[in-house]
Ligand binder design. Structure first.
Ligand code: PPE
Length: 300
């Protein structure tokens, strides 16, 4: 992963020169917020998927974490578009980061400046091309997802991802692709970086948005599914419900729509991508190609 240039505090700098001091507050304490956005290549040029919603969430994350972004939303939108153009990328992943820089180190962040960077790079299928088609293997993590009152679920805070990294490392070392985390009460929440959906008897279920990151892909999948005539319900469920579901899949910006074929060595459904997942995936990818008129409003 590498591109040529990075947007950093209002300037466009070389990838290799986009550096911070080792006493940067965020490096010590994870005091930053970020976004993950995708741009896709279409017949009408490059489009950014649900840019407004992502930028809104970035500002909401910053608000929750009491960081004042020294730019307005319009400036961030422009910076994102500029840095894609400068790097000449037709499709890419976009990573805006707002972080506490250096002034002094202590848990009190208020005297540290709020810095801003936007990196873009080419990023193919997050869990592998093969995973998109045949489904991936997962396991229930032994790490509980951060309790609702330990941090903020709504804010995409850098430090929150320590929880995800523990779960991911455990999954990789166990020989599977991804983890599914339960909450402190044992209910299913989400993956290390994806929201979770499951299908039983034709009904699509997902975790209630208040105990997971309120995913923009999650919202898109719900709308796509409802428009296709599926019933979608939010539900708190135990891990056993996933084991006996007909289909389970992940949704996220990086992961897009990824089928899950195995959880804890239980075969899910037929042990391959199921028909509901495939239908939703198909529409999702058509949308990102700009081929679904109804959803052109999601593309910028
Ligand atoms: N839950 C978590 C914990 C999460 O990190 C993401 C995005 C989602 C759900 C899905 O949200 P959305 O992208 O709005 O649909 N994870 C980002 C970071 C992944 C990474 O490895 O870094 C992403 O997909 O961009």
């Amino acid at each position: 992963m590498k591109a040529e240039k990075i947007w950093m505090d209002g300037k466009i700098v070389d990838w290799d020169k986009a550096k911070v001091h080792v006493c940067t507050h965020a490096l010590h304490y994870g005091s930053g917020v970020f976004e993950g956005i995708r741009a896709y290549e279409t017949d009408n040029g490059t489009v950014i998927f649900r840019l407004k919603e992502h930028v809104d969430r970035l500002f909401n994350s910053a608000k929750i974490f009491k960081m004042e972004i020294p730019y307005n939303k319009g400036q961030i939108v422009k910076a994102i578009k500029d840095i894609i153009k400068v790097n000449n990328l037709k499709s890419c992943y976009i990573r805006p980061l707002v972080y506490r820089g250096f002034n002094n180190l202590s848990l009190n962040p208020f005297d540290c400046p709020v810095n801003c960077a936007i990196a873009v790079w080419e990023w193919g299928a997050y869990l592998g091309e093969e995973g998109l088609v045949n489904g991936i293997k997962t396991r229930i993590s032994s790490y509980a997802r951060s309790y609702i009152n330990s941090t903020s679920q709504k804010a995409k805070i850098c430090a929150n991802y320590v929880n995800s990294i523990f779960a991911k490392m455990e999954a990789i070392e166990a020989g599977v692709d991804e983890a599914i985390l339960l909450d402190a009460d044992g209910y299913v929440t989400e993956g290390s970086g994806e929201n979770l959906f499951w299908v039983r008897n034709g009904i699509i279920y997902t975790t209630p948005a208040n105990i997971v990151l309120e995913g923009i892909t999650r919202d898109s999948v719900i709308k796509i599914a409802q428009d296709m005539g599926y019933q979608v319900k939010e539900k708190r469920a135990g891990r056993d419900e996933l084991y006996i579901s007909d289909e389970v899949f992940f949704a996220g910006t990086a992961a897009e729509v990824t089928p899950i074929r195995e959880i804890d060595k239980y075969k899910i459904g037929e042990g391959k991508r199921g028909p509901v997942t495939e239908n939703i995936q198909k529409v999702f990818f058509e949308i990102t190609k700009g081929k679904e008129k109804k959803y052109l409003k999601w593309l910028e």
